[in-house]
Ligand binder design. Structure first.
Ligand code: PBG
Length: 330
């Protein structure tokens, strides 16, 4: 097994052969584009920490969807930013909530768009935590939060969501959502669980985008510790038992070992979220001419495929889809 009989370069020298032996491909059908809908906004507004991504008013939220669909993207993750915040995040509930209005708007003008909603209270609570907070203002109370999260998922289902994606990291939330959905006739609505969601500083730009940074404390009491992998297996197993259909790992690039673990252990589809910080770092370095934006973005995404991701949530989705069609990566 040695040189000169073996020359691994033989398969690399001819570009046609290189293509023939590729093992992983990115397909636009596997990309999910996260979009932000903001209540009470008059005009679209670029998000400072996420160049190229926008806050959209409810009555224009179909515009980024239409544009991305022209590029070949069919699936969207919708994040709502409400006008009203309260301790219990009640503006997340009901058909007048920002996401419910956005779902109806998009379904009307783009009936084929596949709409997934983020189910979490952090953008709706005045304290910025993902569930109800106890008297100390810091500890998140798991069990009392579950009902509100289930109501939020039901709100989205009634408004026309095709899938719900809980990202709050409360224990038992998948079961709570599954039961509430089933009781109300939505037994065929899939749940994609943000199962292995780490307490990550890579969410920094998103918190500006969603206005969801916690006022006091941080999310380490419910999101996972970056120094631990054993919880990832446990969280994913529990979520599957409670009825999750798709498991997600988040963030992406710094957690590819977790994606690989998920792929090896479970047979359901695995999603990975290339989060805001990953996006903004590439944009920032590219803006300075330090890296090639298209190449670095594509290489990051193909590494996620290699690790075992079936679906990828990425703010680069429309650009990548254009690029895959042979167009320019703008
Ligand atoms: C809500 C939520 C967050 C993200 C997705 N859903 C932020 C957080 O947990 O603080 C992050 C997405 C991104 O950074 O792109 N809980």
């Amino acid at each position: 097994m040695s040189f000169p009989i073996h020359r691994p370069r033989r398969l690399r020298i001819d570009s046609r052969l290189r293509q023939m032996v590729q093992q992983f491909v990115l397909r636009p059908e596997q990309l999910i584009y996260p979009i932000f809908v903001v209540e009470g906004l008059a005009e679209p507004k670029e998000i400072g920490a996420m160049p190229g991504q926008y806050h959209w008013p409810v009555d224009r939220i179909d515009e980024p969807v239409k544009a991305a669909m022209r590029d070949g993207i069919g699936a969207f993750m919708i994040f709502g930013v409400p006008e009203q915040k309260s301790a219990d995040g009640k503006s997340a509930i009901g058909q007048n909530s920002v996401v419910a209005k956005a779902l109806k708007k998009i379904k009307k003008s783009c009936p084929d768009a596949y709409l997934i909603t983020d189910v979490c209270l952090c953008a709706y609570t005045d304290h910025g935590h993902c569930g109800f907070v106890s008297e100390d203002g810091i500890t998140v109370d798991n069990d009392t939060s579950l009902n509100q999260l289930a109501e939020m998922a039901l709100t989205h289902a009634i408004a026309g969501a095709d899938m719900v994606a809980p990202s709050d990291m409360m224990d038992g939330r998948i079961g709570a959502l599954r039961r509430r959905l089933d009781e109300n006739g939505f037994c065929n609505l899939p749940i994609m669980s943000y199962s292995a969601k780490y307490a990550s500083s890579f969410y920094g730009p998103f918190r500006e985008a969603a206005g969801s940074a916690p006022g006091k404390g941080d999310r380490r009491g419910y999101q996972m510790d970056p120094a631990v992998i054993r919880d990832a297996e446990l969280e994913m197993r529990l979520d599957l038992e409670e009825g999750a259909d798709i498991l997600m790992v988040k963030p992406g690039l710094p957690y590819l070992d977790v994606v690989k673990t998920a792929k090896d252990l479970f047979s359901c589809p695995i999603a990975v979220y290339q989060v805001s910080g990953e996006y903004s770092m590439i944009k920032a370095a590219a803006a300075r001419g330090w890296v090639d934006e298209e190449k670095v973005a594509m290489e990051s995404l193909i590494s996620m495929k290699r690790a075992g991701a079936d679906l990828i949530l990425t703010y680069f989705a429309p650009q990548v889809a254009r690029s895959l069609k042979g167009g320019r990566f703008a």
